[in-house]
Ligand binder design. Structure first.
Ligand code: NAD
Length: 716
């Protein structure tokens, strides 16, 4: 051993080949400050050793997952000079690696992402095994690569390919990385190090020109002027169309590569550093990094829960409708066989057909095989009676949203399943404590609230009733995770968490319409400016105005002071006119089917006439007022949920909003949004609208936090 630290060990073989192994304590390697410092020291030792060549490898299942994102928020809060010092020092280390006086190769398995990818770019050669996933995901965090990724990658694989990698941030499969020349070989895992060392021996024997390789990475990009102009202009157009105005990092990446194209390595790195620092200070980067960290926290909680969880080997779902069919598909495709029970053969056929359709689409896109598809379908057992449920570990009830039907079904189920089987309900509005009354053993019962469409929406709300046992909660959390979903645990209340905060937002929207607002104009502001995937009118049409109408009544019942209403609102107008939304082709908008068979939305003069009859002449509202009047009620209700312990932390609330409702990720969620604008500024804004009613009244605790200049997330 010629060098050893807690994160890196270097040994020299008899042939004088140095083996630099990243092997940090814990499950993965990452570039935290300690590892960077250690790499620096290891390279100093190597440089002065009698090594003839070096291979970089990992003692873990993966190579290096990237920089340590948990260090980012505190680091980025430092002043520019400090941040520049950190990034410049990191680049001294990566340059040192690239400039070693002998050939180098990376032996890559599993993830080599972000800083991990930038490390392999600094070696002369790269060999990956079939498990490798390589990429530069920094733009997904609102950043660009900062350890030379924007400099080395374009010089290695060409500007077009590099921009695609960097602006999409996607992991690349080894065969795709090989195709563009990002790596030099793909081998079976058992041959990885031998193949890497063979490459070094070939370089030492003069069969591979490692110096020429190195020189190319350090020289300016050779692109004819016209071609360069075309290439960067096209990239900018495409990137803007995909990323949009709210996500500046991908565009910044294109500009950096363009600006640095004719520069030496040293000059190009300075361009990269400056752009990195600018992005690191944006609210967007803070929000996206915050989401990453919150996601880790939620996943950590789920992992902890799995220790207390029952092993779910076999599941059942009651109801083969929109939700039941989706739940069956999701469970089966993630490896938990499921019985799908309905009272109606036609519904069962439809459920199985829907699953088959989703699977065929995956096969067509090359994401699955007919073999796998058959296996998943075999994992779904349609049933018209309860007999096949007697051995399942969990039952998810997803029958019609009717308390009486649900009570009956739950009681029946409890009589059929094993004593220790868990029973969950996918109800969207009915109190879990109320439903629990129909069970003999309410400890084994909780809510498991999926979102529509189940296969796409990442969130599952797990609702703890007052009698639910921790083992039940943990088991349902573990089952949701196994289904590939992100579970957050909330306490029981009308609307649970997500719908409880959504309906105040709809109330704000209704208020605007009652004052003459134009729903299409409101949708435009909320989509284009605030960043929601759909504005409130469109969302109501997609959810269904019957569902919206019903849920609104449940919320009014639960929170009469704030959500009770005496006047007819726009939801009532649409519902009473039989305009149920997308499902019957008419809601706020009207719908037809386009050439590709997708629903197409158009403005319908009839709905304007109806709204004008109910609320009088139209009035134009400024974008700021539209945002304030819809968002203030949602924000205050979210805060109330935290204060009442419905949701456990700002992090989980924000993940619920982002994953369950599509809250704009670049804003990070309600609590991040509040911290970014300043709680005091929000309170002042809400006070301006306080005359609009209870939903606009901030809580005492918010006011106190504002006066103490406090925040919901710890200040970095
Ligand atoms: N659709 C959504 O967007 C959505 C979202 C989240 C939660 N939910 C909730 O999920 C549940 C189901 O909603 P859906 O939209 O799938 O409804 P749906 O009407 O599409 O399906 C309900 C199914 O239940 C079946 N059913 C009725 N009584 C039954 C019984 N006794 N035993 C077995 N099956 C029975 C019906 O035949 C039908 O196939 C509801 O509680 C709803 O509130 C719906």
């Amino acid at each position: 051993m010629i060098y050893q630290s807690p994160t890196i060990q270097v040994e020299l073989t008899a042939d004088k080949i140095a083996r630099l192994c990243f092997n940090a304590p814990g499950s993965v390697n990452k570039f935290d400050r300690e590892t960077l410092a250690s790499l620096n020291a290891a390279l100093d030792v190597l440089k002065d050793s009698d090594a003839k060549a070096a291979v970089l490898t990992s003692g873990k299942d993966t190579f290096i997952v990237g920089a340590d994102i948990t260090e980012f928020l505190a680091l980025f809060a430092e002043e520019d000079a400090k941040l520049m010092e950190w990034i410049a020092q990191a680049n001294v280390v990566f340059n040192k690696l690239e400039d070693l006086p002998f050939p180098t190769v990376s032996a890559i398995k599993g993830f080599a992402l972000g800083g991990g990818c930038e490390a392999i770019l600094a070696t002369d050669f790269r060999v990956a095994d079939t498990s490798a996933k390589i990429g530069l995901p920094e733009t997904k965090l609102g950043l660009i690569p900062g350890f030379g990724g924007t400099v080395r990658l374009p010089r290695l694989i060409g500007a077009d390919n590099a921009l695609e990698w960097i602006t999409t941030g996607k992991d690349q499969r080894p065969e795709d990385a090989l195709k563009v020349g990002a790596i030099d070989a793909v081998v079976a895992p058992e041959n990885l190090e031998a193949a890497a060392i063979q490459m070094l021996n070939d370089a030492l024997a003069g069969k591979l020109d490692w110096q020429a390789r190195r020189a190319r990475k350090q020289a300016p990009l050779t692109l004819p002027k016209l071609e360069a102009m075309m290439s960067f202009t096209t990239a900018k157009g495409m990137v803007y169309a995909v990323a949009g105005k709210h996500y500046p990092a991908p565009m910044a990446a294109v500009s950096v590569v363009e600006q640095a194209a004719g520069m030496s390595r040293a000059e190009a790195l300075v361009v990269e550093h400056n752009a990195f620092i600018k992005l690191a200070k944006t609210d967007v980067a803070t929000a996206l990094i915050g989401i990453f960290l919150n996601d880790q926290l939620v996943k950590g909680k789920a992992k902890k829960a799995s220790k207390l969880a029952k092993d779910i080997k076999h599941a059942a779902v009651l109801g083969a409708g929109i939700m039941g069919g989706g739940i069956a598909y999701q469970s089966a495709s993630k490896g938990t066989p499921i019985v799908m029970k309905d009272i109606n053969q036609a519904a069962l056929d439809l459920g199985v057909n829907e699953a088959a359709k989703l699977l065929s689409a995956q096969v067509a896109r090359g994401r699955s095989t007919p073999d796998k598809m058959a296996k998943v379908l075999n994992n779904i057992t349609p049933a018209l009676d309860y007999a096949p449920l007697k051995d399942v570990n969990v039952v998810v009830e997803a029958v019609v949203e009717n308390p009486k039907v649900k009570a009956m079904v739950l009681a029946d189920v409890e009589n059929v399943v094993a004593d220790d089987a868990i029973i969950a309900s996918n109800t969207s509005t009915i109190s879990i404590d109320l439903l629990a009354k129909s069970l003999k053993n309410p400890a084994r019962f909780c809510g498991m609230h999926f979102f529509n469409p189940v296969h796409k929406m990442p969130l599952v709300e797990v609702i703890r009733g007052k009698d639910t046992s921790e083992e039940t909660v943990a088991s349902v959390v573990a089952y949701a995770s196994k289904m590939g979903k992100t579970p957050i645990v909330v306490n029981d209340c009308p609307g649970f968490f997500v719908n409880r905060v959504l309906f105040p937002y709809f109330a704000g929207f209704n208020g605007l319409l009652a004052d003459g607002g134009d729903f299409a104009a409101i949708d435009k502001v909320m989509e284009k400016q605030f960043g929601w995937p759909m504005g409130p009118a469109y969302l109501l049409d997609v959810v269904g105005l019957d569902t919206g109408h019903h849920a609104q009544a449940v919320m009014a019942d639960g929170f009469p002071d704030r959500m009770g209403k005496s006047d007819k609102d726009a939801i009532d107008v649409m519902y009473e006119a039989g305009r149920l939304g997308q499902k019957n082709g008419k809601g706020f908008y009207q719908y037809s089917i386009d050439k590709r068979g997708k629903p197409k939305k158009d403005v319908d003069p009839a709905s304007y006439t109806m709204l004008a009859e109910a609320f009088g002449a139209q009035k134009a509202f400024e974008a700021d007022e539209i945002i304030a009047r819809t968002m203030i009620p949602m924000i205050i209700e979210t805060v109330r949920c935290l204060e009442e312990g419905i949701v456990a932390s700002p992090a989980e609330a924000d993940m619920g909003l982002v994953y369950g409702l599509g809250f704009p990720p670049f804003r990070g969620g309600v609590f991040r949004y509040l911290d970014t604008m300043g709680v005091a500024n929000f309170v002042a804004l809400a006070d301006k609208y306080a005359h609009l009613g209870g939903l606009y009244q901030v809580t005492d605790a918010m006011r106190e936090l504002a006066s103490n200049n406090g925040s919901y997330y710890p200040k970095a």
